[in-house]
Write a protein that binds this ligand. Structure first.
Ligand SMILES: *[C@@H]1O[C@H](CO)[C@@H](O)[C@H](O)[C@H]1NC(C)=O
Ligand SMILES: *[C@@H]1O[C@H](CO)[C@@H](O)[C@H](O)[C@H]1NC(C)=O
Ligand SMILES: *[C@@H]1O[C@H](CO)[C@@H](O)[C@H](O)[C@H]1NC(C)=O
Ligand SMILES: *[C@@H]1O[C@H](CO)[C@@H](O)[C@H](O)[C@H]1NC(C)=O
Length: 359
């Protein structure tokens, strides 16, 4: 009787512990030829290839290996086409590198079309596995479950799942508050990766090769940083104040002004610094909770102006950031744009809704 009760008690206790434990994948960090990349927790496609085949291309114990997807769009695909495709990728994209040629997946090709000179060239690029698929939707062993654009990816050796590649950059000018990554259902989350050996926030950017601009999505793939007074669902809004950032939970809505840019195709990569509550502040005396961003112009230590200091300094400093959203009541975009050598636009009053924006 007593023993029974005790056992029940132990079971109930153990059950409660299991029921409360929540463990989720938060993505991984992989280093390719000295550059750090973030691999998100959610895959974009999958290959029906056996783990044994894939392991041939991996070092012992390695799970995520770099993969390049290429589509044949010429009648012939020879060494020249391969080399010019690589040159185009490198020219258009800062995420792709030769390291991703370790595994190559060629779409719209048949094995019969692969000739010796091409395999020799692939070998020179350290290619360990070449896969071909005669059609994007072919049901052969090596076809993607979901069509994906050309570009660099990571492939799981154990599952055959394919993940997008985000290159990690160090925010050495201090323009950002945190990196962000797209999540499910239009939500975002703070980037759970950091480059070791740097003392600045880490920002992740997806390959530019994934996106094609269209009439409906004129901003497709444009990398956007958002001043930290706008709500972005799934992330906290700090408004330049430490206590405020810690006090309130993640927002559940994205501000319409930001959503309009997302709808046009923009990719949110980060939240960006503002002077406290978007008041005017002079570097560095007025910056109490956080250090002012550095201004890349002049000696690198000049005031970046305020209050959209992060957006101004970030655009002035980084070629990997395309667009930054600030706000301007009394010069808060115009002044940082001017002193950081960036182009700033203060739109007409009322043209963009101000809901879900501080104040
Ligand atoms: C072939 O693909 C490359 C790289 O994606 C692209 O730049 C080029 O315009 C394409 N050519 C044709 C004929 O579609
Ligand atoms: C490929 O297959 C998917 C699912 O079967 C289908 O939705 C898609 O339209 C197909 N794409 C092409 C280009 O045929
Ligand atoms: C989106 O974020 C909000 C706020 O953090 C959260 O309540 C909600 O569950 C998230 N939704 C999804 C689909 O992740
Ligand atoms: C979103 O957050 C606001 C403010 O905290 C709250 O009033 C609202 O109920 C939340 N909405 C949902 C759908 O969770």
């Amino acid at each position: 009787m007593v023993l029974n009760l005790l056992l029940n008690g132990i079971f109930a206790f153990a059950f409660a512990l299991v029921a409360n434990a929540v463990s989720t994948k938060a993505g991984s960090t992989v280093n390719v030829d000295g550059i750090y990349y973030y691999v998100p927790a959610t895959s974009v496609s999958s290959l029906g290839v056996s783990a044994e085949q894939l392991k041939a291309a991996a070092s012992t114990g390695e799970d995520l290996i770099p993969l390049t997807v290429m589509t044949r769009n010429f009648s012939t695909f020879d060494v020249g086409t391969f080399e010019s495709t690589i040159a185009t990728f490198k020219d258009q994209d800062d995420v792709f590198s030769h390291g991703f040629l370790q595994v190559v997946y060629l779409i719209s090709m048949t094995p019969a079309e692969i000739h010796a000179p091409l395999t020799e060239t692939l070998y020179e690029y350290d290619n360990k596995l070449l896969m071909v698929s005669s059609a994007k939707n072919a049901t052969s062993a090596t076809s993607c479950t979901i069509n994906i654009p050309n570009g660099p990816y990571f492939l799981s050796v154990y599952t055959g799942d394919i993940y997008q590649a985000y290159r990690l950059y160090s925010d050495y000018e201090g323009a950002f508050t945190e990196g962000t990554i797209d999540g499910p259902a239009g939500n975002f989350s703070a980037l759970s990766a950091s480059i070791p050996g740097v003392q600045s926030p880490t920002i992740g950017v997806p390959s530019r090769l994934y996106y094609t601009k269209t009439e409906a999505k004129p901003l497709a793939g444009v990398r956007l940083g958002v001043k930290d007074i706008f709500d972005v669902a799934g992330t906290r809004r700090g408004c330049g104040n430490r206590a405020y950032y810690d006090l309130y939970p993640e927002k559940n809505t994205t501000a319409p002004a930001v959503q309009r840019l997302i709808d046009a195709g923009a990719i949110i990569i980060s939240k960006m610094k503002t002077s406290q509550f978007a008041n005017g502040a002079t570097a560095t005396a007025g910056w109490v909770d956080y250090h002012s961003p550095f201004n890349a112009r002049g000696d690198g230590y000049m005031d970046p102006s305020s209050s959209s200091s992060g957006p101004g300094a970030g655009i002035g400093a980084y070629s990997w950031l395309d667009l930054a959203l600030g706000s301007d009541t009394g010069g808060s975009v115009r002044n940082p744009a001017q002193v950081n050598g960036a182009y700033g636009n203060r739109p007409t009053h009322g043209i963009s809704p101000l809901s879900n924006v501080m104040p």
